[in-house]
Design a protein around this ligand. Structure first.
Ligand SMILES: Nc1ncnc2c1ncn2[C@@H]1O[C@H](COP(=O)(O)OP(=O)(O)OP(=O)(O)O)[C@@H](O)[C@H]1O
Length: 254
């Protein structure tokens, strides 16, 4: 299948820190890939670079075969902090993004409502962000990122600020939306269970400098429900990924 996102030999240094060293990664169409690794291994740096929000020193990034030159509507971005505009309702937040993508009047409303229904928030279309819970705000952010049909969805710890129950609900919702919409997703998380549950492939990064260490293919059947978390296959893979990350914690302490 054709690659949707190609990251080729990317290097990035901040003043004193070599944040990324020769990072290469390719995502196929409809592939869900998670980045995991100890704090400081460069996960967020890589995602911000791919989003076009951060410069990089060397390398190439291609989205659907075209060189990436900055932020663009070919990539949808969802961060941990809810990036909704507080003075706009849920619907207007989505319409705002759709207008930027070139959609007009009634069409914006139709697409916004369709995506609010997708994340089960149809009844909250006229609510302002301060009237919504954390999970609801993040659902609006996901609806907004999907509304303009990006080629790739970039998510940085999108459920990190949510309580465990809401987090599980959001994971289930994201899996459902991913299955319906055939999305290509690059997902950053600290939570290995979340990575195994959601992903087709898990890429473990390592520190000093940040680079790719190992990849794990997730061969668990789909569609997945939360019950899969307690199966021996799931737990065995989770253990292997955790062991790889823990090696870095041990070498840090040594
Ligand atoms: N704006 C910046 N200025 C200087 N150094 C930075 C900056 N942003 C990140 N770094 C450094 O780059 C390295 C990678 O940071 P990054 O935030 O990408 O890691 P991470 O894996 O996402 O960490 P975490 O899991 O804690 O979010 C770290 O050493 C960090 O200190």
């Amino acid at each position: 299948m054709a690659p949707k996102l190609e990251i080729k030999s990317v290097n990035k240094s901040f003043k004193r820190t070599r944040a990324l060293s020769d990072v290469s990664l390719t995502l196929r169409e409809n592939e869900f890939v998670s980045l995991v690794g100890v704090s400081g291994c460069g996960k967020s740096t890589l995602l911000s670079i791919v989003a076009g929000l951060l410069d990089y020193d060397e390398g190439d990034i291609l989205v659907d075969g075209a060189p990436m030159t900055g932020p663009g509507l070919d990539r949808g971005v969802v961060f941990q902090s809810y990036t909704l505009l507080p003075w706009l309702t849920a619907r207007k937040n989505i319409e705002f993004a759709l207008k930027a993508a070139g959609h007009k009047g009634a069409e914006c409303r139709r697409i916004a409502d369709e995506h609010l229904a997708l994340v089960r928030l149809a009844k909250f279309a006229d609510s302002y962000p301060h009237e919504l819970s954390g999970g609801m705000k993040q659902r609006v952010a996901i609806a907004r990122a999907l509304s303009y049909r990006p080629k790739v969805l970039l998510m940085d710890e999108p459920f990190g600020a949510l309580d465990a129950m809401t987090r599980h609900e959001m994971q289930t919702l994201l899996t459902r939306v991913w299955e319906q919409h055939k999305l290509t997703v690059l997902f950053v998380t600290h939570d290995v269970e979340e990575a195994v549950y959601l992903s087709d492939r898990i890429v473990a990064m390592t520190v000093g400098p940040g680079r790719i260490k190992t990849e794990f293919k997730v061969d668990l059947p789909r569609p997945r429900t939360q019950e899969i978390i307690s199966t021996p296959e799931f737990m065995a893979l989770q253990k292997r990924v955790l062991a790889t990350i823990r090696e870095d914690l041990v070498s840090d302490e040594a």
